[in-house]
Design a protein around this ligand. Sequence first.
Ligand code: ZN
Ligand code: CU
Length: 477
Amino acid sequence: MREYDLVIRNATVIDGTRAPRYDADIFVSGGRIAAIGRLEGAQADAEVDASGRIAAPGFIDAHTHDDRLMLSSPEMAPKVSQGVTTVVAGNCGCSLAPAPNGMRAPVTPPLDLLDDEGGWFRFPTFREYVEELVAHPPATNCALLVGHTMLRVQTMDSLGRPAKKAEIARMKSLADEALASGAIGISTGLYYEPAHAAPTDEVVQVCRPLAARNGLYVTHMRDEGANVLVSLEETFRIGREVGVPVVISHHKVAGAPNHGRSRETLPLIEARMKSQKIGLDCYPYCASSTILSAGRAAGATKTLVTWSKPHPEVAGMDLEQIKREMKLGIDQLLPAGAIYFSMDEQDVQRILSFEHTMIGSDGLPHDAAPHPRLWSTFPRVLGHYARGLGLFPLETAVYKMTGLTARTFGLADRGVLAPGMAADITLFDAGEIDEGASFEKPIAPAKGIDTVIVNGTIVWRDGKSTGARPGQVLRRS
Ligand code: ZN
Ligand code: CU
């Protein structure tokens, strides 16, 4: 028997801490990094030559909607193809579980972004969902959140009002079951219709179990436009009252009148960080994507339709073109999804380069013509923003998708290349890494990703999945 399972030879190591790169071999044994350096005469069962390549910790996608993708497409191609080895799922108030009452079509938007038919919402408890992921693991690891909107849908007969006392108690116990079964936190989507009527105090009450379960609070805030500062304060207050860390999802300032206001939001976040734990993530585009609505389209300079249930043929088309050429209005397309161009590039760059900002894709894996962030978030940060624009050094870009993310979410043995850590490793070419997907061609793998390793097993190589599925459900410590 050889000493090690796998050795990665001649790599340039960027370790995920922002430390400068260095050259070394990486030895892997039992799914963990056993040693990094030049070990004379050390032998391994398998060898990967990484000459001319960067070896980085596998990227952690801080914000995903991969709850169902992990079950329906467990090879996780949109993620592993760009070097992602761990996904944080259950965001924006939307999780696949728990569904004690099941889910009938039409599924309440935005929960329909996970499954518009309802059949995948088949786990009565969060524990059963976790057990399914353990029994049939995907290629990537995951960290799971339970969604407040899902709890509301399962608990309340009408969503346009605050929850009553008994409903809050029910949601609280469902949340506690999820946290006891492996969820690392609770997410809200207070921006969306089914949760918009929830007052701050409802959220605080439902989130109470987080404190004893070492969980965190993650939010698609009530307002990312005119009232973004009020929403930030609401988020901080929830974190303080419950006594847990908060993560602001896909931080942005949307709508032309708000362009430039990241100059207000980032200093506020930084000031509050002195007295409480706050994280934030961002995707590297100035267009957002969610369900289609007239109000959202009105605030955008351009709208692309990503899917339409009654008119699947319009996926990928510009809304104006659909109106003009096909004489179809928004009401006739619903339920549907869309991409909205509503942000300012300077804000996106300011938020991306803010010291504490993690990278999260917010990719929507079941859209017919998805926002390109699904397939290209990570290579776009490494290629376009770090190498192309020089927004930050490559070491910083890697940190924002590895070490910072693992620390923010409490994933103790991930995000850094060091002996003893889990062997999640991405090999890429720093000169070639680049986005493959675009708004015109939304489904395409990244360029420059060489080899992707999850828990010591190669899941992506030579531009394709190996079929291996070594993913684990990660806990918070
Ligand atoms: Zn969201
Ligand atoms: Cu989201």
